[in-house]
Design a protein around this ligand. Structure first.
Ligand code: URA
Length: 247
C-alpha cells in the first residue's frame, strides 16, 4: 500500500466515523515517554531505540457496538414512531448478505428483519433445495433503514442518508462476498440509479467493492406470483456465485 492509498483509506475511515459518531475522534498516543523521562538526558542510542509516537484511531465498532448505537439512534423522525430498531440478523461472517428496504409491522414488533409473510417467503427462497438451498442462519439479512416508516411508506432521502452509513459499516464488519438487493427500492437506493428490475436482474453490480445482485422483493412476489420463476433463477445465480467462491 502506498502513502496515497493509506491516506485515502484513512480519509474514508474518518468520514465514516464522523457520520456515525460525530466530530469527536478518540486518539490514543502509544509509547510516548512520561514527562519524568523527558527530564533525563537521553543518549543518542536511547533516543533512536525509542518507539515513534503512534496515533491509533479508534477501530471500527464491533457489530454489537454498532447495534447498540443504532438502537439509540435519533438521527431522523422515524425514531419517534418506531417500536424498536431492526438492526439485522444472521451469520456475522456470512458470505452472502441480503439487503431489504425497511422493517414492516412484524419486524418493528419483533426487532428482527424479514419475519412477516414476506420474510417467510424469503426463508423459502434461501432454504429450498431447488432454490439457494442453504440454511437462513448461514446468511446475513439487513435493511437499508433500521426503523419502520409509518404505514410502510417508501424511505425518503433524508432517512436513507442518515441510515445508510450504519449499513455500510455493517457490510465492512461482516465483509460479505456477495450482496443481494431485495426489490427495486433497495437496488435503486444502494446503486443510486433509476434502472428497472428487468434492466438490473441477472447482472452483477459493485457496492462499495462487493458484487451486488438484484432480485424481486419477496413482498412483490406475494403480490405477483409470475415473478417467482425469475426470482428463483436469481437464487440460482447466487448459488453459482457462492459455489465459485469455493473454487
Ligand atoms: N420488507 C423489508 O424490506 N424488510 C423487512 O425486514 C421486512 C419487509
Amino acid at each position: 500500500m502506498n502513502v496515497n492509498e493509506i491516506f485515502a483509506d484513512l480519509k474514508k475511515y474518518i468520514e465514516r466515523h464522523r457520520e456515525l459518531y460525530g466530530d469527536e475522534l478518540i486518539v490514543e498516543y502509544a509509547s510516548l515517554p512520561k514527562s519524568s523521562e523527558l527530564t533525563m538526558t537521553l543518549k543518542p542510542q536511547e533516543i533512536s531505540a525509542m518507539k515513534q509516537p503512534v496515533i491509533k484511531i479508534d477501530a471500527l465498532p464491533t457489530l454489537e457496538e454498532l447495534k447498540a448505537t443504532v438502537s439509540g439512534c435519533k438521527k431522523c423522525e422515524l425514531c419517534k414512531t418506531r417500536t424498536q430498531t431492526v438492526f439485522g440478523s444472521g451469520n456475522p461472517k456470512a458470505d452472502l448478505m441480503f439487503v431489504g428496504e425497511a422493517p414492516g409491522a412484524d419486524e418493528d414488533e419483533q426487532g428482527l428483519p424479514f419475519v412477516g409473510r414476506a420474510g417467510q417467503l424469503l426463508t423459502k427462497m434461501i432454504e429450498e433445495e431447488r432454490s439457494l438451498g442453504i440454511p437462513r442462519e448461514t446468511v446475513y439479512i439487513a435493511n437499508i433503514l433500521k426503523c419502520r416508516p409509518p404505514g410502510n411508506r417508501k424511505p425518503n432521502t433524508d432517512e436513507i442518508e442518515q441510515c445508510e452509513p450504519y449499513l455500510i459499516t455493517q457490510i465492512e464488519l461482516i465483509k460479505p462476498k456477495i450482496i443481494c438487493a431485495l426489490g427495486l427500492t433497495a437496488a435503486n437506493t444502494l446503486l443510486r440509479n433509476t434502472l428497472s428490475m428487468t434492466a438490473m436482474r441477472g447482472k452483477t453490480f459493485d457496492y462499495h467493492g462487493v458484487p451486488l445482485v438484484v432480485t424481486y422483493h419477496p413482498a412483490a412476489l406475494l403480490r405477483n406470483p409470475n415473478w417467482k420463476k425469475p426470482a428463483w433463477e436469481d437464487m440460482l445465480l447466487l448459488k453459482k456465485m457462492l459455489e465459485d467462491l469455493k473454487k
